[in-house]
Design a protein around this ligand. Structure first.
Ligand SMILES: [Zn+2]
Length: 261
């Protein structure tokens, strides 16, 4: 009873947000023009995406790091791309975090590892984005903005980091998102590991792959990179990793894109 009441209350709240704080038309059109893989969605999808992005903006808290100013243009660019993977899964998939920290450019993080002998090693890691369990999500605006240009290959930091968020919903970052049961998880793991090993073997042989070799870092990075390609250049993933493409299609359940003009 309570959950029905809550669902009703949530729906009313969402309707009010959509009515009172819609993304202005010029800003929405600018966002679509900037990211062609959003523009390519069907009219129904673009409408749903716009509404989800509006609710996303109302639910999440953007912070600019070191004085960086998060403008509406920046927040909408992030929201629209972040909502693409959950267009069919639902915005509740992102309920586990609230904060999004924006940097103007990539960030150098000081890391620490302890080896088997107990010796502490320090090293620097350059990050364009980072997702942590229960948030916040960190993103570099320069990299978010670069996602519109796919001439040099698919690179989408927003979809990448939000795929990590989906991956971590079951409490483990392992390339296996929250699925309905054990059988589904086993089937997922089998495809993921086979396709991941295949990529690693190709790179070991010195082959040039059309998907970012960073995917060979680990199974979870493979899932995140494959998700980027799935949404930005699906035919490329279909050609390079058909089984991974099919797996992601079953999970993200995208509607067909609009026919080319
Ligand atoms: Zn990653």
């Amino acid at each position: 009873m309570l959950s029905r009441w809550l669902a009703g209350w949530q729906r009313l709240r969402n309707e009010r947000t959509l009515r009172r704080r819609p993304i202005p038309e010029p800003l929405w059109q600018l966002t679509l023009a900037r990211f062609p893989f959003l523009q390519r969605r069907s009219a129904t999808d673009r409408q749903t995406l716009r509404e989800m992005a509006t609710l996303f903006l109302a639910q999440k808290e953007f912070t600019g790091a070191h004085g960086f100013e998060v403008t509406d243009e920046i927040a909408v660019a992030v929201a629209a791309q972040a909502c693409l993977p959950v267009l069919r899964l639902g915005l509740h998939c992102y309920d586990g975090f609230v904060g999004i920290v924006m940097h103007d450019d990539e960030v150098v993080a000081r890391r620490e590892v302890i080896d088997d002998a107990g010796v502490v090693h320090h090293y620097d890691e350059t990050l364009t984005g980072e997702a942590m369990e229960n948030g916040p999500v960190m993103l570099s605006w320069r990299d978010v903005e670069a996602a519109g240009d796919t001439a040099g290959g698919v690179y989408n930091v927003v979809i990448h980091e939000f795929a990590h968020v989906l991956d971590m919903r079951d409490g483990v970052a392992d390339g296996v998102p929250l699925l309905e049961n054990r059988a589904a998880r086993d089937a997922w793991s089998a495809v993921l590991s086979t396709e991941y090993e295949r990529l690693c073997a190709r790179l070991d042989r010195g082959e040039v792959t059309r998907i970012d070799p960073y995917a060979a870092e680990s199974a979870e990075e493979f899932f995140a990179v494959a998700s980027e390609v799935f949404f930005v250049a699906p035919s490329l993933l279909m050609e390079e990793h058909p089984r991974m493409y099919k797996l992601l299609r079953g999970y993200y359940r995208p509607r067909p894109e609009k026919a080319a003009a």
